[in-house]
Design a protein around this ligand. Structure first.
Ligand SMILES: Cc1cc2nc3c(=O)[nH]c(=O)nc-3n(C[C@H](O)[C@H](O)[C@H](O)COP(=O)(O)O)c2cc1C
Length: 213
């Protein structure tokens, strides 16, 4: 198998009628997101989060979208993690979704703010208890000796909180919201003549432009 010989046919890509594009990019996002869910894509809310560190070097990793409304796109993480330190230095980020079965990509760029503590608290309470304990046990992005250290920290959190009592939201855990300035919808098409429609925010609202693929 040679990597360069891999070719994916786009013959079965869904048609994309620009006339059907919603006026509001959030409506468009929810329409495509629903189609991704209906297509049984695994973790359709998984997205790449790209950030820039203090030296201007890019970084990226996957996170899970937990909310999307006209305020922006929300994910949750550890506030002491590498990504959090990078967002502290540069409060701009890009999110990228790839929904393979639908030949679709969505790219969102914008400024990032922290989610309010009440909102983070409300989401924290919906998480399974073992996920809460896992979040408490992990000093995300710090070097650890071995897996045993992580498991011991999990056990210590379990001994402290148990499985039956509400666990308070840790100070170092919360959400970020990406407030989009551009949202691009990319639909793969035959002959690499893909459709790229980008919503750009200006003083009058959202303008839509088509970009060459
Ligand atoms: C599918 C998937 C979803 C993930 N979701 C999250 C998430 O929502 N929040 C999070 O902090 N890390 C998530 N991770 C782990 C991150 O990719 C990353 O390893 C971790 O956040 C540490 O990143 P950092 O050191 O750049 O801060 C996810 C990983 C995968 C593969």
């Amino acid at each position: 198998m040679s990597i360069s010989s891999l070719r994916q046919s786009y013959d079965n890509a869904p048609s994309f009628d620009v006339a059907d594009l919603a006026q509001c990019p959030f409506d468009q996002f929810h329409a495509w997101f629903k189609e991704a869910v209906d297509a049984d894509i695994m973790e359709p809310n998984a997205m790449t989060l790209a950030t820039v560190d203090y030296d201007g070097r890019p970084d990226a990793r996957m996170v899970l979208l937990k909310d999307a409304d006209p305020r922006g796109f929300t994910f949750y993480t550890n506030y002491e993690s590498a990504k959090a330190r990078q967002l502290g230095a540069h409060s701009e980020a890009t999110l990228v979704f790839y929904w393979d079965k639908l030949f679709r990509q969505v790219r969102i760029r914008g400024a990032v703010t922290k989610v309010g503590r009440d909102e983070a608290q409300a989401y924290w309470q919906t998480r399974p208890v073992k996920s809460q304990l896992g979040a408490i046990a992990s000093n995300q992005s710090q070097t650890i000796k071995d897996r045993g250290q992580l498991e011991a920290a999990f056990k210590a959190a379990l001994d402290e909180h148990g499985l039956d009592n509400p666990i308070p939201l840790p100070d170092d855990w919360g959400g970020y919201r990406v407030i989009p300035s551009t949202i691009e919808f990319w639909q793969g098409q035959q002959s690499r003549l893909h459709d790229r429609l980008v919503y750009m925010r200006d003083a009058e609202g959202w303008q839509v432009k088509r970009l060459a693929p």
